[in-house]
Design a protein. Structure first.
Length: 256
C-alpha cells in the first residue's frame, strides 16, 4: 500500500513472472483477483465490470500496446474517448495528445498496424489519455523500443505527471523509472526490502544488486510507507480532485 497526500504518480519495476501485469489487470478488472479488494476514490471496484472501470477514471495502457491494427490513428484515439459525449472537449484533448505526440498527427490517417513499435506505444498512451482518466496505468512502456523512442516516451510520461495526472507505472528499466519519480520500493519474494526517496535508491548499491524475481517500485510525492502496509492484501486508490484546466489533478490520500 502507498499512502500519499500530494500529487502522486507511482511506478514499479517487476521481473518476469513477478505479477506486474496481473496487478494492473486486477485493478482494471481485466483479470479477477484471487483475493483482496480494490478501492478507488473510496469506492470498492473489485466486482466492477471492466467496461465500467474506464468510467470510474482508470485507464490501462497494456503491455504490448494493444492498439486496433485495422483502425487509423485517429479512429484509435476516438475509441479512447468512447465514454465521452462533449465533442468540443474531445477535440480539445485530441489536440492535447497531438501536442504530446506530434508524430501521431502526421500519421493521423495511417492504419495503426503499420506503425512502428514506438509509434504504437505513443498511440496506446494517447488513446488512454483521450478518456481523461483520473489514474493512468502504464505497463512496461519502454519494452522493445529503441533508446531514442524510450527517451521520448518518458519525456511525455513526465509531462503528463507534471500536468497533474496520477500514474501507476510498471517499468523494466529500474534506473530510468527511479530517475522519473520521487519515491521507490524494492520487493523481494513478497517482502519490501528497500524503500525511500528515488534519489536515495539510485545511489544505493543494493538497488542494482537485487536478484531476479523482484519488484522495484517508485512514485511521485508519496509520503512515509511501512513494509507492513505494502504487504496487505488490498489495493486502495483514493482521490480528491480540484477544478482547473488541463488533466484532472492527481489523487490525494491515495493508497496502493
Amino acid at each position: 500500500m502507498i499512502h500519499s497526500r500530494a500529487r502522486v504518480g507511482y511506478s514499479a519495476k517487476f521481473s518476469v513472472s513477478a505479477g506486474k501485469t496481473s496487478t494492473l489487470k486486477a485493478i482494471s478488472r481485466v483479470l479477477d483477483a484471487v483475493g483482496g479488494d480494490v478501492h478507488f476514490c473510496g469506492e470498492k471496484i473489485s466486482k466492477t465490470a471492466p467496461h465500467d472501470i474506464i468510467r470510474k477514471g482508470i485507464a490501462l495502457v497494456p503491455e504490448g500496446r494493444g492498439v486496433f491494427p485495422r483502425l487509423t490513428v485517429l479512429e484509435n484515439l476516438h475509441m479512447g474517448a468512447f465514454i465521452r459525449d462533449a465533442a468540443v472537449d474531445v477535440e480539445k484533448d485530441l489536440k492535447m495528445v497531438y501536442g504530446y505526440f506530434p508524430r501521431l498527427k502526421e500519421r493521423e490517417s495511417q492504419l495503426a498496424g503499420t506503425l512502428s513499435g514506438g509509434e504504437q506505444q505513443m498511440l496506446a498512451i494517447g488513446r488512454a489519455l483521450m478518456s481523461r482518466p483520473k489514474m493512468l496505468l502504464l505497463d512496461e512502456p519502454s519494452m522493445g523500443l529503441a533508446p531514442i523512442m524510450v527517451q521520448k516516451i518518458f519525456e511525455v510520461v513526465r509531462a503528463v505527471a507534471a500536468d497533474g495526472m496520477t500514474i501507476l507505472l510498471i517499468e523494466q528499466n529500474a534506473r530510468l523509472a527511479l530517475q522519473s519519480s520521487q519515491r521507490g520500493y524494492v520487493m523481494e519474494s513478497g517482502e519490501i526490502t528497500l524503500n525511500g526517496e528515488s534519489a536515495m535508491l539510485l545511489d544505493d548499491p543494493a538497488t542494482d544488486s537485487v536478484p531476479p524475481g523482484t519488484l522495484r517500485a517508485v512514485g511521485y510525492g508519496a509520503s512515509a510507507i511501512t513494509p507492513e502496509l505494502l504487504t496487505e492484501a488490498s489495493v486502495r486508490l483514493g482521490c480528491e480532485f480540484s477544478g482547473g484546466s488541463g488533466m484532472p489533478e492527481a489523487s490525494r490520500n491515495a493508497v496502493f
